[in-house]
Design a protein around this ligand. Structure first.
Ligand code: FAD
Length: 147
C-alpha cells in the first residue's frame, strides 16, 4: 500500500485548558483508526511533536486540519516522505509527555538538553519518536509478562 510519514512540530496556543489535550487525544483515536492513520503525539510546555503515518490523502487532509486548529500554532513541517512500512503501526495515536522523558534517553538523540520539538531536526525527531516508542513497547511487554 502507498504510505507516507509526516512529522511536524508546533506550539500549544495560549489559553488552551488542560482538557484540550484530552479532547485532542479522544478525537485522534476515534478518527485515525477510521482513516487508517497511526502515529505518536508528544506534548510538553515547549510544544507538540507528532508523526502521522498512513495513506497520503488521509495524512494530508489530517495535517491541513491540525494546522488550522487554533489549539496549536507555528506548525512547522519537519519531514514528509513515502514509506514502505509504518514505524508505529500499533497506535492510532500514542501519547507521551515530552518533559517526562528520561534525560538519559534524550542525550545522544538530540542536541538539546530538554525536549524542545521546535528545535529538533527531522532526523532527531524520528530518532526521538522511535526511541520513546521502543521504550513504551518494552514497558508493555514487561507488564504483560508480570501478569
Ligand atoms: P470533534 O468531535 O468535532 O471535536 C472533538 C472535541 O474537540 C470537541 O469537544 C470539540 O469541542 C473540540 N474541538 C475541536 N476542534 C477544536 C478547536 N479547533 N479548538 C478547540 N476545541 C476544539 N485530530 C485527529 O483526528 N487526529 C490527530 O492525530 C490529531 N492530532 C492533533 C494534534 C494537535 C497538536 C492538535 C492541536 C489537534 C489534533 N487533532 C487531531 C484535532 C484536529 O485538529 C481536529 O480538531 C479534529 O480532527 C476534529 O475531529 P472531529 O471533528 O472528530 O472532532
Amino acid at each position: 500500500m502507498n504510505l507516507v510519514r509526516l512529522m511536524y512540530a508546533s506550539r500549544m496556543a495560549k489559553g488552551v485548558d488542560p482538557d484540550g489535550l484530552t479532547r485532542i487525544l479522544d478525537a485522534s483515536k476515534r478518527n485515525n483508526a477510521a482513516l487508517g492513520v497511526t502515529g505518536v503525539l508528544c506534548y510538553s510546555p515547549a510544544g507538540f511533536l507528532q508523526v502521522l503515518e498512513g495513506p497520503p490523502e488521509a495524512v494530508n487532509e489530517l495535517y491541513r486540519r491540525i494546522v488550522r486548529d487554533r489549539r496549536n500554532e507555528e506548525a512547522t513541517l519537519l519531514a514528509y516522505a513515502e514509506t514502505s512500512r509504518r514505524r508505529f503501526p500499533e497506535w492510532s495515536m500514542a501519547y507521551f509527555r515530552g518533559d517526562g522523558i528520561d534525560r538519559a534517553l534524550l542525550r545522544g538523540l538530540t542536541s538539546e538538553k530538554a525536549f524542545d520539538p521546535m528545535a529538533m531536526t527531522a532526523a532527531e525527531a524520528l530518532r526521538f519518536l522511535t526511541a520513546v516508542a521502543t521504550e513504551r513497547r518494552r514497558f508493555l511487554q514487561q507488564s504483560a509478562g508480570d501478569e
